[in-house]
Structure formats: C-alpha cells, structure tokens
Design a protein around this ligand. Structure first.
Ligand code: FAQ
Length: 311
C-alpha cells in the first residue's frame, strides 16, 4: 500500500472531491469501478437490442427516426462508459470477453423480449425512467471520468423517458386495441423495471462499500422507492394501471407502499435463464465477429499512415 497515496485518497473521499485516473487509488476501489462501469456499458450496448427489434417496423417515418436516434444514443453511452472504464487500466477486448463469456453482468432488464410496439413506450417510460433515478446520483460519483460521463448520459436519458411516455400517451388516446396493447406492455415491464435497482439492501453485498467510497450515493431500496413515487402520478396521467394491488399512499412515510417483488425471477435472469439471455449475448458476439473486417481495415490504415510518417 502506498501510504501517502492512501492518505490523499482518504482525504479526497472525506472532502467529497473527485478521484482522477492519475491519482493513487485502492485496488478494491478500482475493481469496483471497473465492475460497475463496464456492466453499465454492457447494459447500454445490449440494451440496443430490444429496441433495435422495432426500428424497421416503427409505425411511421417519424417514429422510426426517433427510435433510431435513441438507439444510437445508447451506443454513444456505451462508448463513453467503456472509455471511462479504460481510464482504470482495463482494455476493451477484456471487457468484451467478460461480456461474451458471462463473467460480467449487464442489466437484467434487457433479457426480456419486446414483442409489441407498445414495448417501445414501456422501455422509454419505465426502463429509462428507472435508469434516470439510478443515474442522476451517479453524476456525483467520486470517480471523475464516470461522473462526467453520467452528466451527459442523464440529459439524453430524460429525453428518452419523455419519448417513451409520449408513445404510451398516444396509444392511451387511441383505439381500444391500442389502449389494451399499452396496458399489457406496462404489465410486463413494471416489475422487471423495479428490479433494475438491484436486490434489496439486505442482499446487496456491494452497496455499503460503494456508498462509503461515494460511488453509490443511495441504497437500492431508496432509489426503487423514489422510482415508484415518481411513477404513480405519471401512470394516472397516462391512464394505465400499475400491476401491483399493494400500491397505496402511506401518509406516515410520505411515500407509496408497494408489493414485494419476485426475487426468484431476478436471480433466474441473472443466472442466464431469462427470456432472451442467449439471444442477446449471441447477437452481440455475431456483431463483434461480423465487424472484424472493419477493425482490420482500420488497423491497416493506421499502419499505412504510420509508415508514411516514418518515411
Ligand atoms: N441486473 O451488491 P449489488 C441503461 C448484480 S440502465 C443485473 O446491489 P451494485 C439505460 C450486481 O452487479 C441499466 N445484475 O450491486 C438504457 C452484483 O453482481 P456482481 C444499467 C444486477 O453494483 C435504457 C449483484 O447483483 N445501469 O442501460 C442487477 O452495488 C434503455 C449484487 O448487487 C447501470 O448499470 C440488475 N438489475 O448495485 C439502455 C447503473 N442489480 O457485479 C438502453 C450503474 C444488481 O457483484 C435502453 N450501476 N445486479 O457480480 C449501478 O448503479 C449498480 O451497479 C446497481 C447494482 C444498482 C445496478
């Protein structure tokens, strides 16, 4: 242990300042960040698939253009986050291997299928909604490159959430079939979106240390509660019912109560047995292998340029 480095690190954390790539940091801090940031990056990249499924079938040119832009934003978020992780000394190939071999996780939510157009509304409203609740506090994470990446990502996520809300609002103002499609979709996405915040605090092995290091600012349960509190009034505006009979305003707590989630399902999805785990990872592997010729060409071009410089 570098004692001077450790002291300076402790001071930075105590002062709620930023740790930068050139600062000394404990190995555990570095590992935690690589784990969280790379999993977050993988989530953005894998998260392009459920929506990519609808780009060619969006119901109008305008909807198609919006959806394409949103999915492209997700690619951008993934790239920022991979770059932030790289500042911690891990390379892209390693992270890719960890994703493909299942060593690194990505968000459980992207292992659910998106069979209807209304799912594009639910993903925006619920999945991006949960992402914002979780990620706004990460703009104050102690690791500088992660926190800074998060600022821009959150701006784009809030646009994404409105986009999803607006899809559902249009459907809820439409025909009976459209209303039913929106409700059916919300029924499927609601609980999985709540699980995005991670296991209950008592079963969250990483939370305490991550909060002590100012990486996470709140526990999983507190953020999940904020999310439910945000959703209930929005669901009323939409006219959709959240599929949980236990949702009720609790005057004493000043929050909405809500029912217990099915954590067995969450662990099944994490264990690779969700609806789409295999499809998602296989598609990512195929895309990566299919892009090999582009990487090869880029390398050849870079070599040629380097030769010219040398000559
Ligand atoms: N899925 O001890 P904790 C998006 C794992 S948003 C899968 O509580 P931690 C935007 C966890 O990794 C989605 N695994 O862990 C978008 C750990 O396993 P490990 C991505 C989960 O890290 C929208 C174990 O369980 N957002 O992509 C999940 O303190 C629409 C124990 O859990 C982020 O990644 C889960 N839901 O807290 C894109 C945000 N929950 O690693 C496209 C940044 C937990 O020890 C379309 N990440 N696990 O093997 C975080 O804030 C945290 O990492 C948590 C988990 C809150 C996710």
């Amino acid at each position: 242990v570098d004692e001077v480095g450790q002291l300076r690190f402790n001071e930075l954390i105590a002062a709620d300042s930023r740790v930068e790539p050139t600062d000394w940091m404990p190995e555990g801090y570095r590992k935690t960040l690589v784990r969280q940031i790379s999993q977050h990056a993988h989530s953005e990249i894998i998260g392009m698939q459920p929506e990519g499924n609808w780009i060619t079938r969006a119901p109008s040119l305008k909807r198609k253009a919006i959806l394409m832009a949103k999915v492209q934003d997700e690619a951008g978020h993934g790239l920022y986050l991979y770059s932030a992780a790289q500042t911690l000394g891990v390379d892209r190939e390693t992270m890719f291997d960890q994703l493909i071999t299942g060593k690194a996780k990505y968000s459980s939510i992207f292992n659910y299928l998106s069979p209807t157009w209304a799912d594009m509304g639910s993903i925006g409203w619920l999945v991006d909604g949960a992402a914002i609740c979780n990620q706004v506090p990460l703009c104050r994470a102690s690791y500088g490159p992660y926190a800074r990446a998060m600022v821009r990502i959150c701006k784009e996520e809030s646009f994404h959430q409105r986009q999803g809300f607006e899809i559902l609002l249009s459907l809820m103002n439409g025909s009976d079939e459209q209303k039913a499609m929106a409700q059916e979709s919300v029924n499927r996405w609601y609980a999985p979106a709540l699980m995005m915040f991670g296991p209950p605090d008592g079963d969250s092995p990483n939370s305490q240390q991550s909060m002590a290091w100012n990486i996470k600012r709140f526990g999983n349960d507190e953020l999940r509660q904020r999310f439910v509190d945000m959703l209930v009034p929005q669901a009323e505006i939409l006219g959709v019912t959240l599929p949980d009979p236990d949702i009720a305003w609790n005057e004493e707590r000043g929050h909405y109560d809500f029912g217990e989630l099915d954590w067995t399902e969450f662990h099944e999805v994490l264990a690779g047995r969700g609806q789409a785990n295999t499809v998602r990872v296989n598609r990512r592997r195929d895309a990566h292998e299919g892009g090999e010729w582009v990487r090869e060409a880029a390398r050849a071009y870079a070599d040629k340029k380097a030769d010219k410089h040398a000559a």
